[in-house]
Design a protein around this ligand. Sequence first.
Ligand code: 5GP
Length: 208
Amino acid sequence: MLSENLFVISAPSGTGKTTIIKKLTKIRKDIFIPISYTTRNPRPGEIDKKDYNFLTHGAFQEMIRDEALVEHAEVYGNFYGTSYEAIINGLNNEPKVLLEIDCQGAKIIKRKFEFAKLIFIMPPSLNELNQRIMHRGQDSCQSIEIRQSQAKSEMAQWKNFDYALINKDSDQCLEEVLSIIDDLNQDHVTSNPSVMAKMEDAIKTKLY
Ligand code: 5GP
């Protein structure tokens, strides 16, 4: 029988999710994170089959045709997807499985695996998110524009998640994520009025 220890983390681009996940992988070997497939070009320092499985568009389309992907989505002009093989292997053999994917993918995972727990990480404010996207020096001008124009609508996605928390400090945020993964800590459930108020405040912050 498949384990039901499946978690999904999503966040708008620039929220600091990758930093949190990197810290998590260093301290928790019992949490398995499948490596996604993408058509995006590797960034400097990224390694094929470690950061992503980097594919051509043709090879990605072939995976879709072969129904090898449990979910896939177009994000900022590139395709990303998670394979059935990775997720099922993880649920069969690993204590916990964590997917780091976008909000569209998270919705599909919840449809296919109802027991999955969806966690949303919110930046402290829209203003700060836009600053982070601009200054992290990873993306082309075009990609920065796309990511900034989608930031607000991405922030509004928190409502589709089971848990939501704000990343003011990556260590604290990681601790909170782990308290959900390990103990299903209810302090961050999205039906909690104080969580709702915090999320709406973060979105309302003026851009300039
Ligand atoms: P980046 O290009 O910054 O690495 O990732 C862009 C977005 O794609 C992030 O929100 C990331 O979570 C998402 N992403 C990464 N892998 C997957 C995946 O397998 N499926 C989906 N739907 N999104 C993914």
